[in-house]
Ligand binder design. Structure first.
Ligand SMILES: [Fe+2]
Length: 140
């Protein structure tokens, strides 16, 4: 109530349009003009903008149909991207794999020709992977 009573200054710093677009820690946003991808490390009230346009929140897919070549699989603390391993060709590959526990997260960045596999040194509870063509995927 105190802030609302100040009227203009509150609206200036927190316009109504931004109140519904708070960013949350760990969200991943992409610019569909230049391809820039960012991850939020701290919740904020502002809208993320790149190339003059709002960046789009990426929601990971968890099902890939019959092939299942994108959904990360955790086997004995090793993350493998796809029940059938995802291609790792120059034009189509997994750019990174992220591992997450209750308190830790880490990413392995990959290049074409490498295996789409990551074994971090902590107990993995969830995983995500990013395909340069098909986007973001996560364990179920
Ligand atoms: Fe793909």
């Amino acid at each position: 109530m105190f802030l609302l009573g100040r009227g203009k200054s509150f609206k200036k710093f927190f316009p109504l349009s931004s109140l519904n677009k708070m960013t949350q820690k760990k969200e991943i946003y992409k610019c569909f003009v230049c391809g820039n991808i960012v991850e939020v490390l701290h919740n904020g009230a502002g809208e993320l903008v790149c190339c003059g346009q709002p960046m789009r929140l990426m929601s990971p897919e968890t099902q890939d149909g019959d092939q299942e070549k994108h959904v990360p699989v955790i086997q004995e603390n090793e993350i493998i991207v796809g029940e059938k391993k995802h291609p790792m060709e120059k034009e189509h590959y997994i750019e990174w794999i992220e591992a997450e526990s209750d308190q830790e997260s880490s990413k392995k960045f990959l290049e074409p020709g490498e295996e789409p596999v990551y074994k971090p040194n902590f107990q993995v509870k969830k995983a995500q992977a990013y395909c340069n063509i098909h986007g973001l995927w996560a364990t179920r």
